[in-house]
Design a protein around this ligand. Structure first.
Ligand code: K7E
Ligand code: CUA
Length: 664
C-alpha cells in the first residue's frame, strides 16, 4: 500500500471513528423533553378518527403498515413482498402468483420507500407504491382495498433502493439500482472487472392513469455507480429527476473505506422529457430481459403472473443531453426537491454541510456549458454553477429532508440524532430537536408534494435503547411525532412500529376514507371455483386433485363433513365468503396443513391447498371470531388409505345412521 493511500484510509477511519463516538453520546434524561399539554395533542379520543393515514414502509418485514396520525395507532399491516400468515397472503393459491419472479417464488423482501400517487403534484389518494430492495420489484397497493394489486420485477437492477419515486402526475414510478451489476450476455465476469463491465440502470415505469397498471416504459443505462435515493422535479423542474449517487469511486470491496475516498459524489439530473422524445424518435434499443409482471384481478380474486422478455433502453453516453452529474459532498443519501421545484437538497452522510442546488442555475449551467469535465462520458456540471447555497454546520450525518408549507425544510441527522429545521431560501437554521435515537427517514404529511399539509413531522428512528420496556436483544422499532405548527418543533408522542420503517408518507383521511371498499359484491365474483350460494357447494375429484367448493357464512361452513379423500390426494379448499356485510371476514384452516390460514373477505373466494400425509379425521374451522357461534363454525374431513373404496361424499347438517368400523 502506498503512503498516500494509507493517509486517505486513515483520514476516512478518523471520520468514521468520530461518528462512532458521537453515536454513543446522547441526552441524559430523555423523558424530560416532553412536557405541558404535549400528550393531549396526540390524543385521539375513543371513537374519534385520526386526521391522517400514515403509510409506513416495513423495511425487512417486506410489508407496508397503516397508522393513524396524530395517535400513532396501528390499523393494518398490508402484506406486499412477504408472505403474511395473518391473512394467507403468499399462502393461498390465488396470492402465490403475486410473489412470482424470474427467480421463482420469492416469499420475502425489504421494503424501504413509499410513494403515494399524485395529481398535479398533490396527493390523490389512489395508490401507494413500494420498492423491493433485494429482488428488485415495485408494488402498487390500491388505497380502496389496502391490498397489493400489482408487482413488477425490474430487470438489470442489482438492488432496488432508489425506488419508487413518482412524478408530478404519476406519469412514472422511477427506480434506480443500488448495486451496479453486469447485465445481458456478459454476466459471468471477474468482480475485479467492475469498471469495465458493471453498469447501473434506471427504470422509468409508466403508470396507467385509469387503472394504475405499471409497465417499464424505458431504462437508462448509466455508469457503474450506486444510486441511493431520488426525487422528481416539480413545477418548473417537472420533466426532470434527481438521484443521489455514491461509490463513484467504483469500488467493489470494503466500500466503508473505498467508497468514501472522494470529497464529492454526484447528484444525477435526468431530463426524462428528453428521454421520452428519444423514445418517440425510435432511439431506444430493445434488450432481452426476463422479469415477472404480476397483476391482481379483482373479479376473480386471483393474481396472474406473466414473464416478460424484453425491455426498451436508452444510452445517455450516446444521447448526450439526457443526464448530467452535479458534484455533491460526500456520499449523499437523501436527494429531495422542495415544494416549489426550484431547490434540490443533497444530504451527504459524511458531510458537514447541506448543499442546496438551484434548478434555474442547473439549467443555466447546462446552457452555458459550465462543466468541470466528464465522468464515464457524462458531463459534470461545476459545483458552484449549480449551487444555490450551503447550510453551514447543520449537524452530523444528514440523511433526508422533508418540507412544510411555509418554505422550511426539516433534515434528519443520523449521527447527531436530531431534526434540524432551516429555511430553504435563506439557508438559515431555525430550530433543532433531539430524536431518540439515530433518526433515519422523517416524514411531514404531504412533505414530498407541491402542497405539504404540514402540522407534524414524524421521525423514524433506528435505535430505541432505553425508550421502551426491554424485550430481549431486539427492541421495538419506533417513531416519534413532533408538532411543527409553531416556530419551535415540539415532541408530542413516541410510538412503537412494526418491521423497520424507512420512509413513510401521510395523507389526509378525507382523501382515502370515503373510497374505502366495504365488501366485494358476490354477484361480481368471477372466481372459477366460487360457490355463489350454499346450493352450489360440491366436492369434485379430478384425478389426484380433490376440489372442495365451500361456502362460509355465520356460523357454518358448507360442506362440513367430507369423506372419500385418499392418501396421495391434494385437496383444494375453495372458500367463498357469502357475507355481504362490512367487517365480517371468515377464516379457514385445516389440521396439519403446511401452510397458513386463509382469511376470506365478504364476497371473495380464496383457496387453501392441503396435502394430507396420514390417514384419519382432520378437523377444519373458521379462524376469525365472526359471531357468537364462531366456535361452532367447523367441520371434519376424512382421509383414507390410497387404495380405499370410501366414496367421495360431503354434506352439512345431515345426520346419518350410526356407522362403525373402518373403511365404510
Ligand atoms: Cu433507510 Cu431510504 Cu433505505 Cu435512508 S434509507 S434511512
Ligand atoms: Cu366464521 Cu368464525
Amino acid at each position: 500500500m502506498k503512503t498516500y493511500t494509507i493517509h486517505r484510509v486513515l483520514s476516512v477511519l478518523v471520520v468514521l471513528a468520530t461518528i462512532v463516538l458521537w453515536q454513543g453520546c446522547k441526552p441524559k434524561a430523555p423523558g424530560s423533553i416532553i412536557n405541558g399539554d404535549a400528550a393531549s395533542q396526540a390524543y385521539v379520543a375513543p371513537g374519534k378518527y385520526d386526521e391522517f393515514y400514515n403509510v409506513v414502509s416495513g423495511g425487512f418485514n417486506g410489508q407496508m403498515s397503516i397508522y393513524g396520525l396524530p395517535s400513532g395507532r396501528l390499523f393494518r399491516i398490508i402484506p406486499v413482498f412477504s408472505q403474511f400468515p395473518e391473512n394467507g397472503w403468499g399462502y393461498s393459491e390465488e396470492t402465490k402468483p403475486m410473489l412470482n419472479t424470474s427467480h421463482g417464488f420469492v416469499p420475502w423482501d425489504d421494503l424501504h420507500h413509499i410513494s403515494l400517487s399524485l395529481t398535479k403534484g398533490e396527493h390523490d389518494g389512489r395508490w401507494a407504491f413500494g420498492n423491493a430492495n433485494n429482488t428488485p420489484r415495485v408494488a402498487r397497493v390500491d388505497m380502496k382495498t389496502f391490498k397489493t394489486v400489482e408487482i413488477l420485477e425490474l430487470p438489470n437492477s442489482g438492488g432496488n433502493h432508489s425506488s419508487p419515486f413518482i412524478t408530478e402526475n404519476s406519469e412514472y414510478i422511477v427506480a434506480g439500482t443500488r448495486f451496479s451489476v453486469p447485465v445481458g450476455d456478459n454476466t459471468d465476469v471477474p468482480i475485479s472487472s467492475f469498471k469495465e463491465n458493471f453498469k447501473g440502470y434506471i427504470s422509468f415505469i409508466s403508470v396507467d392513469p385509469t387503472d394504475g397498471e405499471m409497465k417499464i416504459a424505458f431504462q437508462l443505462k448509466t455508469p457503474g455507480v450506486s444510486f441511493d435515493l431520488a426525487r422528481a422535479g416539480k413545477g418548473p423542474s417537472h420533466g426532470w429527476f434527481f438521484f443521489s449517487t455514491y461509490n463513484t469511486e467504483q469500488a467493489y470491496t470494503l466500500l466503508e473505506v473505498n467508497a468514501s475516498q472522494k470529497d464529492k459524489d454526484f447528484i444525477m439530473a435526468v431530463n426524462w422529457k428528453k428521454a421520452e422524445e428519444y423514445i418517440k424518435a425510435g432511439k431506444g434499443t430493445t434488450a432481452k430481459a426476463k422479469y415477472a409482471h404480476n397483476v391482481w384481478d379483482e373479479s376473480t380474486h386471483t393474481g396472474v403472473s406473466t414473464i416478460m422478455d424484453e425491455v426498451l433502453q436508452l444510452d445517455p453516453a450516446e444521447l448526450k443531453d439526457i443526464i448530467y452529474f452535479i458534484p455533491c459532498p460526500k456520499s449523499p443519501h437523501g436527494c429531495d426537491t422542495d415544494p416549489t421545484g426550484e431547490y434540490i437538497v443533497g444530504s451527504g452522510k459524511l458531510a458537514a454541510l447541506i448543499p442546496v442546488f438551484s434548478f434555474a442555475k442547473i439549467q443555466a449551467a447546462i446552457a452555458n456549458k459550465e462543466f468541470e469535465g466528464e465522468f464515464a462520458g457524462i458531463p459534470v456540471i461545476k459545483y458552484e454553477a449549480a449551487l444555490h447555497g450551503e447550510v453551514k454546520k447543520p449537524g452530523l450525518g444528514p440523511l433526508h429532508t422533508e418540507f412544510d408549507n411555509n418554505g422550511n425544510a426539516y433534515t434528519s441527522f443520523f449521527v447527531s440524532s436530531e431534526i434540524v429545521k432551516w429555511n430553504v431560501k435563506t439557508l438559515e437554521i431555525l430550530d433543532r430537536v433531539p430524536t431518540y435515537y439515530s433518526i433515519g427517514h422523517l416524514s411531514v404529511p404531504g412533505g414530498p408534494t407541491t402542497k405539504p399539509h404540514g402540522k407534524y413531522v414524524v421521525a423514524y428512528n433506528k435505535i430505541t435503547k432505553d425508550r421502551y420496556l426491554p424485550t430481549g436483544p431486539e427492541l421495538t422499532q419506533s417513531a416519534q411525532l413532533y408538532d411543527i405548527s409553531g416556530d419551535k418543533m415540539k415532541l408530542i408522542l413516541d410510538f412503537p412500529t412494526t418491521g423497520e420503517p424507512h420512509y413513510a408518507e401521510s395523507i389526509p383521511a378525507s382523501l382515502v376514507m370515503p373510497n374505502s371498499t366495504k365488501i366485494y359484491k358476490i354477484e361480481d365474483n368471477k372466481h372459477p371455483y366460487a360457490s355463489l350460494g350454499e346450493g352450489m357447494t360440491k366436492v369434485e375429484r379430478k384425478g389426484k386433485e380433490v376440489h372442495v367448493y365451500m361456502t362460509a357464512i355465520r356460523s357454518h361452513l358448507t360442506p362440513d363433513n367430507i369423506e372419500g379423500v385418499k392418501l396421495g390426494d391434494e385437496v383444494f379448499f375453495h372458500v367463498t365468503n357469502l357475507e355481504q356485510d362490512w367487517d365480517v371476514p371468515h377464516g379457514f384452516a385445516v389440521k396439519g396443513a403446511n401452510n397458513a390460514e386463509i382469511l376470506v373477505m365478504p364476497g371473495e373466494t380464496q383457496t387453501l391447498k392441503w396435502k394430507p400425509l396420514s390417514t384419519g379425521i382432520f378437523p377444519f374451522y373458521c379462524t376469525d371470531f365472526c359471531s357468537a357461534l364462531h366456535q361452532e363454525m367447523q367441520g371434519y374431513i376424512r382421509v383414507s388409505p390410497a387404495g380405499s373404496k370410501v366414496p367421495l361424499k360431503f354434506s352439512t347438517g345431515k345426520i346419518e345412521d350410526q356407522a362403525s368400523g373402518a373403511g365404510q
